[in-house]
Design a protein around this ligand. Structure first.
Ligand SMILES: [Zn+2]
Length: 213
């Protein structure tokens, strides 16, 4: 089975406790095919080139066992540094986090930011249905038109994940809307790695025929 996990934190994040190597090796042992490292932009700060180079090194080191992707998680308050879109142009993707949070950046401001990035852009742990209600718009269509993927966050901290597992109406809306959906464990410590949930989320998306980014 093809298993992806595109949301993981390492010691490059203030709240990550494992090295990228440990995260990747655990993923290999769990049968994951694609692992994405997505440390917090605000913790990495000036060290972005070092981070990027280290993940590139991991890509090569583990190339025969797993596909490693270099991502970055971006908080929206305070707004990201102006130079970030250019600085991440060689990254595989970036994740904007928690756009449904009351303190987050406005949706339209986010769309302006999104257009500045040339790598893939996703929305991490965001309830897009709730956001669509708040702005009274079809969030799935907006994401498709702006080439933004959605993350199904399996950490257990976000109710929208549990809802999506069983809500056939929402599953159909996402599938018919034609957006890509990633699976993210949002791991901060390997002690809490939720292998079963990651597998189940990948299985669900594949069964529904929802493409991954
Ligand atoms: Zn995260």
């Amino acid at each position: 089975m093809y298993i992806t996990d595109l949301h993981n934190h390492t010691i490059f994040s203030y709240d990550g406790s494992d090295t990228p190597d440990a995260i990747i090796e655990n993923a290999i042992n769990c049968g994951v095919s694609v692992i994405g490292i997505t440390d917090h932009q605000f913790t990495i700060g000036e060290n972005l080139p070092t981070y990027y180079e280290y993940i590139q090194h991991c890509k090569i080191k583990y190339a025969d066992k797993i596909r490693v992707l270099c991502g970055l998680e971006i908080g929206t308050r305070p707004a990201p540094p102006e130079a970030l879109p250019k600085a991440t142009s060689r990254f595989d993707y970036v994740l904007f986090e928690s756009l449904d949070d009351a303190r987050a950046m406005d949706l339209y401001e986010f769309l302006e930011w999104r257009r500045l990035f040339t790598c893939k852009v996703g929305l991490a742990h965001t309830d897009i249905f709730k956001l669509g209600e708040r702005y009274v718009l079809d969030m799935i269509r907006l994401m498709r038109d702006n080439d933004i993927f959605w993350e199904l966050n399996t950490s257990g901290n976000y109710p929208y994940y549990y809802d999506f597992l069983t809500n056939e109406k929402k599953q159909r809306a996402v599938r018919d809307g034609g957006i890509c959906v990633s699976v993210g464990s949002d791991t901060h410590s390997l002690a809490e790695y939720r292998k079963k949930q990651i597998r189940a989320a990948n299985e669900l998306l594949q069964r529904l025929g929802i493409p991954m980014p």
